[in-house]
Design a protein around this ligand. Sequence first.
Ligand SMILES: Nc1nc2c(ncn2[C@@H]2O[C@H](COP(=O)(O)OP(=O)(O)OP(=O)(O)O)[C@@H](O)[C@H]2O)c(=O)[nH]1
Ligand SMILES: [Zn+2]
Length: 313
Amino acid sequence: MEKEVFDGLVMKSTGSWYEVRSSSGDHIRCTVRGKLRLKGVKSTNPIAVGDRVSYALEDEIGVITAVHDRKNYIIRKSSNLSRESHILAANLDQAFLVVTPEFPKTPLEFIDRFLVTSEAYRIPTSIILNKIDLFDGELKELADYYRSIYEHAGYEVIETSAKKNIGIDYIKEKIKNKITVFSGNSGVGKSTLINCIDSNVKLKTGSISLYHLKGKHTTTFYEMVEVAFGGFIIDTPGIKGFGLVDINQNDLSHYFPDIFKFANGCKFDNCTHVHEPGCSVIKAAEKGYIGETRYNSYLSILADSEEKYRNPF
Ligand SMILES: Nc1nc2c(ncn2[C@@H]2O[C@H](COP(=O)(O)OP(=O)(O)OP(=O)(O)O)[C@@H](O)[C@H]2O)c(=O)[nH]1
Ligand SMILES: [Zn+2]
């Protein structure tokens, strides 16, 4: 007799077993047997947090039989030397990048690099300007400066104070029934914020060591947590952006929507918008239509990718 197959959502992955949430909310420990064929992805882990899977039950244990098509995923190279990649999470509805203009200062270029990766992965991203309670008086200008840069670039900027309970209801509304990744530098208040959203949520990330021929190397697995009012949160402590995306120099401007919208006026199709004559991006930057800091980050990331191109190892 054919075994009954259920649909579930992967909440946790350790690389060897998975925690899958059933449609009724139970958590089932699952394994994978044999090889799961996945289209187009060469990765060390076939299943990641956020994956929707089919599984069959054998006694109390689930066996994952299929991974459903992903709408997106974030991936990291297993190591610098490796061609294999590790999928960190899949099917993300949105990312919240938590930043503070001071205490501690989140560098603008860090924000821009994060946004490049989230654009590349097609994950809608909002910027959360946290600790807004600290930015009154003279410091208000600084918060306004951050806000205006990213609103002008087309991103939603949400001001919050985890301490004074500002903006929290709005965040809750946005999280409801979605998979949301929280990211941001250490100390910006991610944990405090998440604790305000749902005080029962205790986020963890597990580090599991994998031994490769080239020596020890640590891989981080993400874990998803369900919030009481519906929805799932993934916390990504300390990571820089979503990790590596290989971006072709000609494609970089695609990931700056505020820059890319001017690119179709450029004289040359392969314009890098750095020095070319007849470049409408340069013109737009000079006229202030493109934010100065955004354009500078574009140049800086482009220079990095040129460097990598010349010295791939
Ligand atoms: N004034 C003020 N302080 C805050 C706010 N949110 C968080 N903090 C404080 O900022 C410090 C860092 O907060 P955490 O929540 O630990 O920061 P985190 O981003 O989770 O840091 P990591 O765990 O290192 O990634 C703590 O002392 C918090 O009390 C806020 O809205 N206003
Ligand atoms: Zn151009």
